[in-house]
Design a protein around this ligand. Structure first.
Ligand SMILES: [Zn+2]
Length: 62
């Protein structure tokens, strides 16, 4: 399940897999090579992405 969020450094959209991120995988900005990991700063957008996924799944079930 691919998600994206703006790079904290240069705002380039970074595509990442939420489940891989939760498993500790690193994702690198294609523009500035900043690494995205599950740090306290990135936990909130990850949680938001998971919440959206849950809502999408609920919608699809109806
Ligand atoms: Zn960047």
């Amino acid at each position: 399940m691919e998600q994206q969020m703006p790079c904290p450094v240069c705002r380039t959209p970074i595509f990442f897999n939420v489940y891989h991120l939760l498993q500790g995988e690193r994702f690198v900005c294609p523009n500035c090579q900043a690494a995205i990991t599950l740090s306290p700063e990135s936990h909130e957008p990850v949680q938001n992405a998971l919440d959206k996924l849950d809502k999408l799944k609920q919608l699809q079930q109806k």
